[in-house]
Design a protein around this ligand. Structure first.
Ligand SMILES: [Zn+2]
Length: 185
């Protein structure tokens, strides 16, 4: 699996393309909706490594990496957030599904055993035959030197995607799309 770096940066970048803005928002609400929430949702599946570190039992990449959990989590968290933010429930379910789903996609394309996509119905793990990310092996402990390779790789990935999005945001092509969108509204 990638470390929290790749997951949180992916959530942050994905949020730039999701309809998470309202015309009038306080700075705090903007931070909550456009930064904290996407970063949290894109990374939260890996909090299951905490009970693994404490107990030594195998928890990591279990149910939190399944489709059923993704659906349940998105449906439930959207209830609370739509009430709290006065935002469309339906839209929040979709946005949460996309953000949480990004975690499963990255893990699927990471070196290792893959993810139990259809847990708890089957224990089969699914992984892409082509790995895009080197794996972080939490079972070796939090400070193992082997973590350095994925950390360097993910830092480069993060710089590149953030740079790419910044460029896209400033591009003339994007401004053109925005002006077409505005003229249609
Ligand atoms: Zn994961």
């Amino acid at each position: 699996m990638p470390s929290p770096i790749a997951h949180s940066v992916s959530g942050y970048v994905l949020a730039k393309f999701l309809p998470l803005a309202k015309s009038r928002m306080s700075r705090r609400r903007k931070w909550e909706m456009q930064i904290f929430y996407p970063v949290f949702v894109a990374s939260v599946a890996d909090l299951d490594f905490i009970p693994q570190l404490i107990t030594g039992e195998s928890f990591h990449r279990g149910l939190t990496h399944s489709l059923i959990f993704t659906l349940g989590f998105s449906a439930i968290i959207a209830i609370a957030l739509s009430y709290w933010w006065k935002f469309s429930y339906k839209q929040l379910v979709w946005i949460t599904l996309i953000l949480y789903g990004s975690h499963l996609v990255l893990d699927f394309f990471t070196e290792g055993r893959g993810i139990p996509l259809f847990s708890p119905f089957t224990d089969t793990f699914f992984a892409s035959p082509i790995s895009l990310f080197p794996g972080v092996h939490y079972s070796r402990g939090l400070w193992h030197p082997s973590h350095l390779i994925p950390l360097v790789f993910e830092s480069i990935y993060s710089v590149l995607v953030v740079w790419g999005v910044r460029r896209w945001q400033k591009s003339k092509f994007r401004k053109k799309i925005d002006s077409i969108k505005n003229s249609m509204n």
